[in-house]
Design a protein around this ligand. Structure first.
Ligand SMILES: O=C(O)CCC(=O)C(=O)O
Ligand SMILES: [Fe+2]
Length: 203
């Protein structure tokens, strides 16, 4: 078995097919209320290959103004829809944290999309873990340490898998090297959804 950095957990196959389907239905409703948008890199304005939206009281956005959390959708100006109960339940089960998440970032990867190595550090509270759920096509996920120059390793994330970055692993560098197209039948038109739950403010 592969050894992961301390504080990083990979829980393969946590959601069965009906559970994955129910979550996709929840996310479909989120995307109807808060359409996917394409973020841009701060400064350069280079578009991400991933499209995003959010649910929760706060949502993560990226544009020329920087990376930040805000209460409203950057295009529609509407507040984000609520985090589905099913996800809050998963947070209660795996986060080991007493307070609810405030943000759920919804990432949508088409074939060819990727996410460069980064840390999740726009939150005020690093005591809470980052918890993510993968749906649809598999990906090659890369994980390192809290220093960018530390060693990294990569492994495959499949539909229904959960990853928790907590404790010493909370600031581990991570990214998505590639999507494996056509590896799941969950999403009619293919692609990968990743749902990332985060606590933003200190309770
Ligand atoms: O798609 C993933 O598995 C990771 C997403 C991620 O790291 C992020 O949105 O910060
Ligand atoms: Fe991340």
């Amino acid at each position: 078995m592969m050894v992961l950095p301390k504080g990083v957990r990979h829980i393969p196959g946590r959601l069965d097919r009906p559970g994955q389907q129910a979550l996709v239905d929840d996310i479909r409703a989120v995307v109807e209320a808060a359409p996917l948008f394409r973020p841009e890199m701060p400064r350069t304005g280079k578009p991400f290959s991933v499209r995003m939206t959010n649910c929760g009281s706060l949502g993560w956005v990226a544009d020329k103004g920087g990376y930040r959390y805000q209460a409203n959708h950057p295009v529609t100006g509407e507040p984000w829809p609520a985090i589905p109960d099913r996800l809050l339940q998963i947070w209660r089960e795996f986060s080991g944290y007493d307070f609810p998440p405030e943000a759920c970032l919804v990432n949508f990867y088409e074939a060819g999309a990727r996410m460069g190595l980064h840390q999740d550090r726009d939150e005020q509270d690093f005591d809470a873990p980052v918890l993510s759920v993968s749906l649809g096509d598999a990906c090659l996920f890369r994980i390192g340490e809290a220093s960018r120059s530390g060693p990294t390793r990569s492994f495959r994330l499949e539909s229904g898998d959960i990853v928790v970055l907590g404790g010493e692993g909370r600031l581990a560098f991570h990214g998505v090297d590639k999507i494996y197209p056509m590896t799941s039948t969950l999403l009619k038109n293919g692609g990968r959804i990743n749902l990332t739950l985060r606590r933003v403010t200190r309770p």
